[in-house]
Design a protein around this ligand. Structure first.
Ligand code: HEC
Ligand code: HEC
Ligand code: HEC
Ligand code: HEC
Ligand code: HEC
Ligand code: HEC
Length: 429
């Protein structure tokens, strides 16, 4: 009997563990929707609509993976399509050429499970809405995500509570059964041990199982935490981000504009001195010049035509008569959401040069990320950089007070950390 009892619990335990994994796995499809939106939706729809890249509906039927399996081909394509194209893979080169050699972003940072999740999502796209059928960002996927989003950990805890209740109920039944059996056999009745004692006995007898279980629960907790942190962008890895320079929808060159033609950064990033954000120029700013400049040195009219398509400009008539189609620039620099960074404070008040943080953008054909944007990077500069005090209206007021406070320490440098540049709340919400 004792044995049967532990069999029952063992099965339930495995049941609970299985449930946990089944649900974690179920959630993968939701992760897929999110990953797709974060990484792919700028260029791909899951329908057959073509954006920058081909619509991905039916992509499983299309790919001709050569000697690889379809999954393996898709994995290596999504991880690093450049490598696959260079390797001479026939299908990779075919689609590359068919799409006017438009470059797809390389995704070395996506793990295999991430890619699997995305592929599951591509295979089972959200049901299209009647009117906005093929716009990925119009997001029926998003709504779904919220509905399905029960944390697997809660499910596991729920399962444990239910199992505990069942064990409790069965325990008294078992106890009386065992006693009546003992009575029939003429054996002694089982002493009435308390539930606590019985649990202790059971735990003592199943150390290994309990150990495994504890590890699983701890792992589950850690995983939820890890995922939550990931959403905040905490585990951002400089090695994969270094020199990040996504291919942009228009081959806009800073080297040509800010370098050779010496257009001031502020002409286009016109809020950089006034606000927190540097802002990316709207297509109207481009049209200030490109209404007249209809051809460039490298791509002739081809790339500039995209500006016209975006603004609705018809170069033949010289009027804005065509439908507009906003340009979807891909963001290069990304701080996690919990960090506050203010451009005007650094550029105007702090008198920092763009190049200190962004490198020599004037020489870049495509912008790339030059600084790690980690907390250590911010702090390091705040420790080293002196506050631009002299002739700074903002500081004239507190200049005196600070001088007073540090009187006698003549060689003290007023670095940013001295004015609170290391306080958590200054940079974190
Ligand atoms: C910057 C735009 C861009 C982004 C972002 C992008 N792709 Fe692509 N993708 C393309 C282009 C363009 C092609 C067509 C091949 C070429 O020109 O390189 C393509 C082709 C593909 C193909 C092959 C399609 C076919 O018809 O055989 C798959 C699969 C694919 N992309 C998946 C993805 C996934 C998954 C993501 C997100 C992780 C993604 N892409 C992100 C631009 C992009
Ligand atoms: C003619 C307009 C124009 C001028 C002038 C210009 N930029 Fe830009 N900049 C853009 C556009 C458009 C983008 C978005 C596309 C891209 O990333 O290339 C951009 C993107 C950037 C980015 C990346 C933003 C991100 O996504 O994180 C940085 C940094 C930047 N510019 C810095 C500069 C600096 C520094 C200068 C002056 C040396 C400058 N820009 C001059 C138009 C301009
Ligand atoms: C202040 C004027 C000015 C603004 C604003 C401007 N451009 Fe240009 N653009 C130029 C000049 C000058 C050229 C080079 C023409 C030449 O040398 O023949 C050029 C060339 C180009 C080319 C052709 C590149 C080539 O090699 O074929 C593209 C594409 C382009 N610009 C995109 C943009 C975009 C996108 C914007 C808006 C974000 C923009 N430009 C804003 C002045 C401007
Ligand atoms: C002290 C460092 C620093 C300096 C100086 C600086 N930037 Fe930035 N820049 C950043 C950081 C950090 C981000 C990312 C902000 C984010 O993701 O919220 C960024 C983002 C940008 C972006 C993307 C749009 C945005 O606001 O997120 C542009 C464009 C840009 N910077 C242009 C400039 C220009 C132009 C200058 C000079 C006038 C400049 N930056 C000076 C650190 C700096
Ligand atoms: C290249 C040097 C440099 C880097 C890198 C830098 N800062 Fe700063 N930061 C400054 C300077 C200089 C000031 C002083 C501005 C002033 O006088 O108010 C400042 C001030 C600040 C302040 C205001 C502090 C206060 O007490 O008022 C905040 C907040 C801040 N920075 C956030 C950041 C964040 C977040 C990052 C990283 C994403 C960062 N900074 C990276 C140079 C830098
Ligand atoms: C000068 C700006 C600045 C100050 C001051 C600052 N942080 Fe941060 N912190 C950041 C930035 C930027 C990130 C994002 C780093 C990344 O994405 O790698 C960050 C990330 C974090 C993270 C996420 C984990 C990590 O290392 O990436 C934690 C936790 C954190 N900060 C806590 C603090 C605490 C606690 C303080 C006060 C003692 C503090 N921060 C002060 C800028 C700052």
């Amino acid at each position: 009997m004792q044995n049967n009892m532990s069999h029952f619990s063992l099965k339930s335990l495995f049941g609970a563990v299985f449930l946990f994994f089944a649900f974690s796995f179920g959630l993968k499809a939701q992760d897929g929707a999110k990953l797709f939106k974060q990484n792919c939706a700028v260029c791909h729809a899951v329908t057959d609509q073509k954006l920058t890249g081909p619509g991905l509906a039916g992509v499983y039927d299309r790919v001709q993976p050569g000697s690889l399996s379809k999954d393996a081909w898709l994995h290596s394509w999504i991880k690093n399509n450049e490598k696959l194209i260079k390797s001479g893979d026939a299908y990779a080169n075919k689609i590359y050429n068919e799409n006017g050699k438009a470059a797809m972003t390389v995704f070395e940072s996506l793990s295999d499970p991430d890619i699997d999740a995305i592929l599951v999502y591509i295979k089972n796209p959200p049901a299209p809405k009647a009117d906005v059928a093929s716009v990925p960002s119009a997001g029926s996927g998003e709504v779904k995500e919220e509905k399905g989003g029960i944390d697997p950990l809660y499910l596991l805890l729920g399962a444990i509570v239910i199992i505990a209740l069942i064990i409790g109920a069965l325990r008294s039944v078992r106890h009386s059964l065992q006693n009546s059996y003992n009575r029939k056999e003429g054996k002694e009745e089982n002493p009435d041990i308390t539930f606590n004692e019985e649990v202790k006995q059971w735990l003592g007898g199943h150390r290994r199982l309990v150990g495994v279980f504890v590890i699983l629960v701890a792992f589950g907790g850690m995983k939820s935490c890890w995922d939550a942190c990931y959403d905040l962008g905490v585990y951002y890895d400089w090695e994969t981000q270094k020199g990040y320079h996504p291919e942009q929808p228009i081959k806009f060159s800073h080297k040509l504009h800010a370098g050779e033609n010496e257009i001031a950064c502020q002409y286009c990033h016109n809020s950089v001195e006034k606000s927190r954000h540097a802002s990316i120029p709207t297509v109207n700013v481009c049209m200030n010049c490109h209404k007249a400049i209809q051809s460039g040195p490298e791509y002739k009219g081809k790339e500039i035509a995209k500006i016209y398509a975006a603004s609705g400009f018809d170069p033949k008539s010289g009027n804005y008569t065509n439908p507009q189609n906003p340009i979807k620039w891909i963001k290069v620099h990304n701080l996690p959401d919990h960090v506050y960074f203010n451009h005007s404070q650094h550029v105007v008040v702090g008198k920092q040069e763009c190049a200190t943080c962004h490198g020599d953008v004037k020489k870049m054909t495509t912008v790339e990320q030059k600084a790690p944007l980690t907390m250590g990077w911010c702090i390091d500069c705040h420790r080293k950089t002196e506050v631009a005090m002299e002739g700074n209206a903002y500081y004239d007021r507190i200049h005196k007070a600070l001088k007073e406070k540090y009187k006698g320490q003549y060689d003290v440098k007023f670095t940013v950390d001295k004015i609170g540049g290391l306080e958590c709340a200054k940079c974190h919400y």
